[in-house]
Design a protein around this ligand. Structure first.
Ligand code: NAD
Length: 250
């Protein structure tokens, strides 16, 4: 049996049923981690966990809207009960909608901020005590290149993703003394259901802008999460990893 980079670790991936989160869950399992998946639909989370478990030691799913405090607490407790305390948290759950600021419905704004910022805060707060007790932990937050770049009709998304970045940097100060790192991953456009739901004209325009001439694949994002999650990632503190096909070079 070859050694995995995450042998003995327990990871939790929010939004792990689809796209980038699913690819991270699969890669972490292949690298030896027990993987918990929290997603909106409990049955889907459990079914995904069974698939993820096929190439890893163990997996468990639980349903929660990451912006719902009691639901988050219950879901994480359920995962911990089955897999043990969380060593690695990937705050990945996300949504995308488009609207100009002029006329944007307030509930569209609120939902965006709640899922991304409140969800990241709630899940992080829930796992920190056990990480501190162990003296080791990894918080990996999925932001977006659009936090830096901005995006037409996406002010709410860009604000929420920039909020995640500020949160992560401040968190990194707080937790580094406890052997815990906090970092963001800022993907460019990656071919997932979230991206494909955007207007066709936007997708065509975006593809035309990309130096690489194509959208990213989820398998091209997951290795960055593995690096941050692994022992080798220990010197990344409050960092932003940008993989975006050249869409935004910083
Ligand atoms: P996706 O739609 O394929 O997957 C998102 C998952 O999150 C789904 O399984 C969904 O059910 C879940 N989810 C949504 N809202 C939730 C909630 N409130 N509580 C729990 N689970 C919830 O999307 P994806 O493209 O894989 O996106 C994953 C993350 O990557 C998101 O945070 C997204 O903003 C970010 N991102 C995506 C791209 C891209 O181009 N795809 C680029 C930059 C950043």
């Amino acid at each position: 049996m070859t050694m995995g980079k995450l042998d003995g670790r327990t990871a939790l991936v929010t939004g792990g049923c689809s796209g980038i989160g699913r690819a991270i869950a699969d890669l972490f399992a292949r690298e030896g981690a027990r993987v918990g998946i929290v997603d909106l639909d409990a049955a889907r989370a459990e079914a995904t966990a069974r698939e993820v478990e096929a190439h890893g030691p163990a997996a468990a799913g639980a349903g929660a809207d990451v912006s719902d405090e009691p639901a988050v607490q219950a879901a994480i407790a359920r995962i911990v009960e089955r897999l043990g305390p969380i060593d690695i948290l990937v705050n990945n759950a996300g949504i995308d909608t488009t609207h100009e600021v002029d006329g944007m419905p307030t509930d569209m704004w609120d939902r965006m901020v709640d899922v991304h910022m409140k969800g990241t805060f709630l899940c992080t707060r829930e796992v920190l005590p056990a990480m501190k007790a162990k003296g080791w932990g990894r918080i990996i937050n999925i932001s977006s290149q659009l936090a830096h770049k901005g995006g037409r009709t996406m002010a709410h998304y860009c604000a929420a993703k920039a909020g995640i970045m500020g949160f992560t940097k401040s968190l990194a100060y707080e937790v580094a003394p406890f052997g815990i790192t906090a970092n963001t991953i800022n993907p460019g456009p990656v071919d997932t259901p979230l991206l494909q739901a955007l207007p066709k004209e936007w997708l065509a325009m975006k593809k035309g802008e990309l130096p690489i001439g194509r959208f990213g694949r989820v398998e091209e994002i997951a290795p960055a999460a593995l690096l941050l999650a692994s022992e080798e990632g220990s010197f990344f503190v409050g960092a932003s990893l940008n993989m975006n096909g050249g869409d935004y070079m910083i």
